[in-house]
Design a binder for this molecule. Sequence first.
Ligand code: SAM
Ligand code: SF4
Length: 332
Amino acid sequence: MIEPSLTDPFGRQIRYLRLSVTDRCDFRCRYCMAEDMTFLPRSQVLSLEELTLIAKVFRQLGGDKLRITGGEPLVRRDVLHLFQNVGRLGYRDLSLTTNGARLDQYAAALVDAGVHRVNISLDSLQPHRFHDITRTGDLNHVLRGIDAARRAGFQRIKLNTVVMRHFNLDEVVPLARFALEQGLDISFIEEMPLGEIDDHKRLDEFVSSAEIRAQLESVFSLKAIDDDTGGPARYWAAQGYANRIGFISPHSHNFCSTCNRVRVSAEGRILLCLGNEHSADLRSILRDTPPGQQEERLAEALVAALRLKPERHHFNLEEPPQILRFMNATGG
Ligand code: SAM
Ligand code: SF4
């Protein structure tokens, strides 16, 4: 067993890995992607074995949370094998972020593989609007996916909504009600300037978490709860409901001081911060090292990469995006 040593230069313990298994997706959400995208050639994407090895070594180093993400993880062929492999690694918290469109097909098998929690993106309950925001998505598929997830027995299901002023701000209350009445958590997310999009001006669409909360408070009685899930969301309880409403506020409430996570992109770059370019290449280590030495070299590289972790992001919606990676390439 390699000695746990996942500490960054600012004394933060890094125990949470978000592992992206593909940059591809069957949706083209307006805040996440440009309409016309070029995806990675398959040879540059990590194999399921390579992804499993990274998850294994991160666990050996003391990691205890793993989230599988993308792009859309469930469009990757044979992705269930990956869940079955990482499900055996002993992560205390194994989760998935998905657009939900294929969840009806996968939910039960994911629970069997050991996935504890699932986050499902849902930006509208209106079929036309949903299609418009996602450019390709069918709301019915996602609603079926949510139903399947509820039946499958995940420990927790959370909806994620990116709020955009002229697209879905008026649905904040219906979306919260939908989640709470079905026994689901929901988080409202401020849009981040990741990648150049020409579809809308991010500044024009920006809605602060405070404004969203004010809308919700006209209907629900909300009370802040100190429920640290190890993620960036801050949670509020709605009186009369068991579930929580969360806010992810990269602009209005910086959460960097408690950051406990790193990301690995589908092409095998460890990304130390969502809002900075600091990264290191793990794929060449995997591909250029003899199999017997891969785990050790990977562990060294992960520990060394943490020294690059910056203190915080500096998002500024008034300037062109500093981060040219789209969210699907970063891994959400
Ligand atoms: N395809 C899956 C999904 O949509 O849930 C997983 C990947 S997606 C990149 C992960 C999360 O990032 C989603 O909840 C999505 O809404 C969010 N996201 C994408 N682009 C974003 C942006 N520019 N700002 C804020 N959140 C974003
Ligand atoms: Fe696909 Fe998720 Fe990005 Fe939407 S947010 S385009 S579903 S990766």
